[in-house]
Design a binder for this molecule. Structure first.
Ligand code: HEC
Length: 121
């Protein structure tokens, strides 16, 4: 059934199905790479994660890149809860991805707190 449906779709929308296929493949490889989510035990492990994974877009020293700077002075206008939500849900229609599923709510809260305190080393 699924096969018949997809070949029907492929006949009708060849471009669309290959795009959907690609999307599935990348979603799968993403979920494989981080199948267990992140597990940082210490503040320094969390700092490494933020520098590398958030820093990929926000700059290794969090001073901004594709995404805006994430230094303490840049985040004053956000309260902790908003920051936590941004981390978990991303910002729709921008490159800021949602981290829900990869980070727990607790981890997002810890990162939000560390960013606001400026304690990411
Ligand atoms: C794929 C690139 C990318 C990654 C990875 C990424 N971000 Fe972002 N982020 C962005 C972009 C782009 C924006 C700006 C969106 C906009 O135009 O409002 C943004 C915005 C934000 C904002 C709002 C900043 C502001 O002043 O409006 C916060 C907070 C944030 N990101 C935190 C994080 C954290 C924490 C991580 C890691 C868990 C992270 N981001 C990973 C691209 C990324």
């Amino acid at each position: 059934m699924a096969n018949r449906l997809s070949s029907l779709l492929a006949a009708l929308y060849p471009k669309a199905t290959s795009l959907i296929g690609l999307g599935l493949v990348s979603a799968l490889s993403l979920s494989c790479a981080h199948a267990d989510g992140y597990d940082f035990q210490t503040h320094s492990e969390m700092s490494d994660f933020v520098r590398q994974d958030c820093g990929a877009c926000h700059g290794l020293s969090l001073k901004g890149g594709l995404g805006r700077p994430l230094l303490k002075e840049n985040l004053d206008h956000f309260d902790l809860e908003t920051l936590e939500e941004i981390i978990l849900d991303g910002i729709p229609d921008t490159a800021m991805p949602p981290w829900r599923g990869l980070l727990s709510q607790e981890q997002a809260k810890d990162i939000a707190k560390a960013l606001k305190e400026g304690s990411i080393q």
